[in-house]
Design a protein around this ligand. Structure first.
Ligand SMILES: [Ca+2]
Length: 130
């Protein structure tokens, strides 16, 4: 199985640096399912916070990551405005200790958020079936 988005991206559908709210992004996402749209939003969100001017390519700086936590995850994570808590989270995610968040490290955060949501859904389904 291959990720078709990669092929589509080079042809028409994905621009890795377009913002999720750009006109192009919205038009292109009409051809996707809800799940595919969610994946695109997750990927585009990463690139939204990658500095286009940094010498370190395709990584999010600590300050941009703190900004992302505050702007994008303040309903699902607590203390996103707390610098100490954000820095602790960054430290935990920064697997290679380079002081920046790579896509894989960002994905660890997404997995960490979706795990408890899946657990909550399972518990609700068990309660409603018993
Ligand atoms: Ca890192």
């Amino acid at each position: 199985m291959e990720v078709r988005a990669r092929v589509l991206g080079s042809q028409l559908c994905l621009s890795p640096h377009s913002s999720p709210t750009s006109r192009r992004s919205r038009e292109m996402s009409d051809c996707y399912t809800e799940l595919e749209k969610a994946v695109i939003v997750l990927v585009e969100n990463f690139y939204k916070y990658v500095s286009k001017y940094s010498l370190v390519k395709n990584k999010i700086s600590k300050s941009s990551f703190r900004e992302m936590l505050q702007k994008e995850l303040n309903h699902m994570l607590s203390d996103t405005g707390n610098r100490k808590a954000a820095d602790k989270l960054i430290q935990n995610l920064d697997a290679n200790h380079d002081g920046r968040i790579s896509f894989d490290e960002y994905w660890t955060l997404i997995g960490g958020i979706t795990g408890p949501i899946a657990k909550l859904i399972r518990e609700q389904e068990q309660q409603s079936s018993s």
